[in-house]
Design a protein around this ligand. Structure first.
Ligand code: PMP
Length: 361
């Protein structure tokens, strides 16, 4: 008889998958801030919290599988038919479903790099190959190079605008020229997790582009501008065949009733939430202006974070921030991503950045 196996046989495709590295938590004690996960620093609005608590009263029941209340509210607001919408467990959950629906072994998933760290993980879990196209010198998507990298094995393209972690967003005209070069049977996923923070008027709304193109879908989330990262709710706007594929690939009941109801309450409290976004954008402009005045070169920041291309000094800068009471997100050898947070936290970053430059002059 053959020897007893040491354990279950796992798919070879999983070998070497990096685990998703969450932003480190804030340090101990008051005066410690977490600027490492692009979260919204504001706690839930009282009305949203009350709705969530009330919904928690029926936690013994499964949630609405179809997320009908939430999707109806979104359809109305975005001006899209209900069957063009699908909600999921954070936009990262929807992202994983989109890859499952389109790509497997022998297929390619194409994206810019550096970009959102979930893309390579999700592609690899599906057994698909990742094709990464380096960002250009301005830390933007190199769309001509991405178009040139499309092969007959390309099944899905992620376009992240604003791009995590560099913050750059893609002007509508450039995106349209790129989409014109993508074959109609390749799904383009416009990841607009930070859409509400964009102020560059050249940057369009992906939902306008999706309307004209059956192979384009848009991902949005309640985690960033709406401040509900802990509830895990995101959604896709997609043409019916893709939206139907999302219903098939969904984990059943993957969006809790608390999440669905809080998301609806957030949509109904949009003015208050968008005023907070305005305040964060004003802080972003203050921070990028101050960094530029200190002599830093910061790429155009259109999300709720800024990117410092520190190269080999990234870890040292992150440690200096940590010592000042602020946890940021270093990408070894590349740079540091700093979320825009509380004014006091942003000030600590600016003070650390000034001292760091003085020391390294
Ligand atoms: N897309 C991008 C570009 C992100 O940065 C993030 C969160 N870091 C997500 C999607 C996922 O957000 P969520 O799953 O919370 O919706």
């Amino acid at each position: 008889t053959s020897p007893r196996p040491a354990g279950p046989r796992l798919r070879a495709a999983l070998d070497g998958i990096p685990s998703y590295a969450p932003g480190r938590p804030a340090g101990e004690g008051p005066g410690s801030f977490k600027l490492s996960s692009n979260e919204n620093p504001y706690p839930p609005l009282p009305g949203v919290l009350e709705t969530a608590v009330a919904a928690a009263g029926s936690l013994n029941r499964y949630p609405d599988l179809a997320c009908s209340g939430l999707l109806a509210e979104l359809a109305d607001r975005l001006g899209v038919p209900l069957e063009h919408l699908a909600a999921g467990t954070g936009s990262v959950g929807v992202m994983q479903q989109l890859v499952q629906a389109t790509a497997g072994p022998g297929d390619e998933v194409l994206y810019a790099w550096r970009s959102f760290e979930a893309y390579p993980i999700i592609a690899q879990i599906a057994g698909a190959a990742s094709v990464r196209v380096p960002l250009n010198a301005a830390e933007e998507h190199d769309l001509p190079a991405m178009a040139a990298a499309i092969t007959d094995r390309t099944r899905l393209i992620f376009v992240c605008s604003p791009n995590n972690p560099t913050g750059t967003a893609i002007p509508r005209a450039d995106l349209e020229a790129f989409l014109d070069r993508v074959p109609g049977d390749v799904l383009v996923v416009l990841d607009e997790a930070y859409r509400e923070f964009v102020r560059d008027p050249r940057v369009g709304d992906g939902i306008e582009l999706y309307r004209e193109r059956p192979n384009v879908c848009v991902l949005r989330t309640f985690s960033k501008a709406y401040g509900l990262a802990g509830l895990r709710v995101g959604f896709a706007v997609a043409h019916p065949p893709v939206a139907a594929a999302l219903r098939k690939t969904a984990v059943p009941f993957g969006v809790s009733e608390v999440a669905q109801r809080a998301a609806v309450a957030s949509l109904r409290s949009e003015p208050a939430l968008l005023a907070r976004v305005d305040a964060l954008v004003a802080e972003r402009e203050r921070v990028t202006g101050a960094l530029a005045a200190q002599g830093w070169t910061v790429p155009d920041a259109q999300g709720n974070f800024v990117w410092l291309r520190l190269g080999a000094a990234s870890a040292e800068f992150a440690a200096a921030c940590e010592a000042a009471g602020v946890t940021v997100r270093p990408f070894a050898g590349e740079g540091v991503r700093v979320t825009i947070g509380e004014t006091e936290a942003n000030d600590l970053v600016l003070r650390t950045a000034a001292a760091f430059r003085a020391e390294h002059a």
